[in-house]
Design a protein around this ligand. Structure first.
Ligand SMILES: [Zn+2]
Length: 183
């Protein structure tokens, strides 16, 4: 039987979730599109298909900074969407400890609400996907002025608003020279 990502397959008390599945609150779901396979001997349910459709630690994603508290920011509209739809209700977070290799006093000197960030996944858990922007090529790719919402432009190490003249600070993603342009 063909199943799609996020489809309910069984309850954890009945079967064991194998490859191509994930379990949340005792329910086993398909994490990929493919053929549902139940092994009566091992009581394992798995989905045979294209495994690359799910996100995993090490993957690079892009998202918008939705809200910021003292310790953590929530990241919204995260792409690639097709890899994330396996996790219908999952939220994506960036903790203060993952902003920089040195101590970060305040999240807002690294990222601000509305900024678009490029980040790497470090953990995929039932309650959330956790990101990092510690590496030089990760961080803000588009920053917007906190005063007037215009896009900021980078001059040297400072971000300048051409509309209102504000000077702002972010952890910008440095362009990486050895990554070739997408086809
Ligand atoms: Zn401005």
């Amino acid at each position: 039987m063909q199943v799609t990502p996020g489809e309910q397959l069984a309850f954890e008390e009945e079967l064991i979730g194998g490859r191509g599945t994930f379990t949340e609150n005792g329910v086993i779901y398909s994490s990929i599109k493919g053929e549902k396979i139940e092994d009566p001997k091992t009581r394992m349910i798995s989905v045979k298909g294209k495994e690359f459709e799910v996100v995993k630690p090490g993957d690079v994603v892009v998202g918008i900074v939705g809200s910021i508290s003292r310790q953590v920011a929530s990241i919204e509209s995260v792409t690639p969407e097709d890899k994330l739809k396996s996790y219908p209700s999952i939220k994506t977070f960036l903790r203060i400890s993952e902003l920089s290799n040195s101590y970060a006093e305040s999240m807002r000197s690294f990222i601000t609400i509305g900024d678009i960030i490029k980040a790497k996944i470090i953990e995929v858990k039932t309650l959330g996907i956790y990101l990092t922007i510690k590496q030089p090529e990760l961080g803000v790719v588009r920053a917007y002025c906190t005063n007037c919402k215009s896009e900021l432009t980078l001059r040297g190490r400072l971000l300048i608003c051409s509309e209102c003249g504000a000077k702002q600070q972010r952890k910008m993603a440095l362009p990486s020279n050895n990554i070739s342009a997408p086809q």
